[in-house]
Design a protein around this ligand. Structure first.
Ligand SMILES: [Zn+2]
Length: 295
């Protein structure tokens, strides 16, 4: 880790930790970029570092105010000590799946989200940044209604669409208030290629909405998939039945795709579906993977 990351580990905004503000001084709208929602995905802190220290974003931004928000630094500090990229992705709960007011209130992630929600009120547009535990497509996720916009500024292999209100994802906090929000999964947690792709896409994103000097958007995508189902792990004896090298493995009708203790999970959708596995070691009560339709 470079010492520069410490900037993002120290900044506060309105008494809330780990928020760095970049102001164009033409701030009629506020844009938020989230990093480290999961503690083992530090590539996006690397992107914060790049934007602030190498790209010099504060000089190049033509409009809006950017909030760089490091979501789960407490968990990240624990990860830095272990350096185990396959370790758990949070302290108590998945920050990207915290449901509502009745959720476990003692959980660190619940409390953190609660304080962030105050800041969210100031945000008009948000993007949440993630990475995965193996070599994959770079994937853009958005609500169905934002697909057309997403197509106009991302350079990714795949776009995933969903009714985000079903997911309890962090960006849902914005969508339910009729704001625009996106989510990106870049390659391996710690890889230089992942960093380069992440950099390109975040500059595209900033150019599209906030306008920055000397950046030309190169946009492209290969496929669009739509979420069909999330696969939850119920026991400690969960496994997928095939060797999954890619995000989108075709599963034929009635084919078994995983076994959870003695329960066989099959494709009962009456058409071919596709399986994606972003986490290397799925753990009980967390999600293990997702099923998709090809759009
Ligand atoms: Zn993540």
């Amino acid at each position: 880790m470079t010492k520069n990351y410490n900037l993002f580990l120290e900044d506060t905004y309105k008494n809330t930790y780990w928020i760095t503000i970049i102001d164009s001084n033409k701030a009629w709208k506020n844009l938020a970029i989230f990093a480290i929602t999961h503690w083992n995905e530090p590539v996006w802190l690397q992107i914060f570092d790049y934007l602030v220290n190498d790209f010099n974003i504060s000089k190049k931004l033509k409009k809006w105010k950017i909030f760089l928000i490091a979501n789960n630094i407490k968990a990240y500090k624990k990860y830095r000590k272990t350096k185990d990229i396959s370790s758990y992705r949070f302290l108590d709960d998945n920050l990207n799946r915290i449901s509502n007011k009745d959720f476990k209130k003692w959980s660190y992630e619940f409390k953190r989200l609660d304080e962030l929600k105050e800041i969210f009120k100031e945000i008009d547009l948000a993007i949440d940044l993630h990475s995965v535990s193996k070599w994959n497509d770079i994937i853009w996720l958005c609500d169905k209604k934002h697909l057309k916009t997403a197509k106009s500024f991302f350079n990714v292999e795949t776009i995933l669409i969903d009714n985000m209100w079903k997911t309890w994802a962090l960006i849902w906090e914005f969508l339910r208030n009729n704001k625009e929000a996106y989510w990106i999964e870049c390659w391996n947690h710690i890889s230089n290629d992942g960093f380069e792709k992440a950099k390109e896409n975040i500059l595209n994103f900033l150019q599209k909405f906030s306008s920055i000097e000397n950046v030309k958007i190169t946009n492209n995508f290969n496929e669009v998939y739509e979420f069909a189902k999330e696969i939850k792990v119920k026991t400690n004896n969960f496994k997928f039945t095939k060797d999954f090298k890619w995000w989108f493995n075709k599963i034929k009708i009635w084919e078994v795709y995983s076994i959870d203790w003695e329960e066989e999970l099959k494709n009962n959708f009456w058409k071919d579906i596709f399986l994606g596995i972003p986490a290397k070691n799925p753990i009980k009560w967390d999600w293990a993977g997702f099923l998709f339709y090809k759009n």
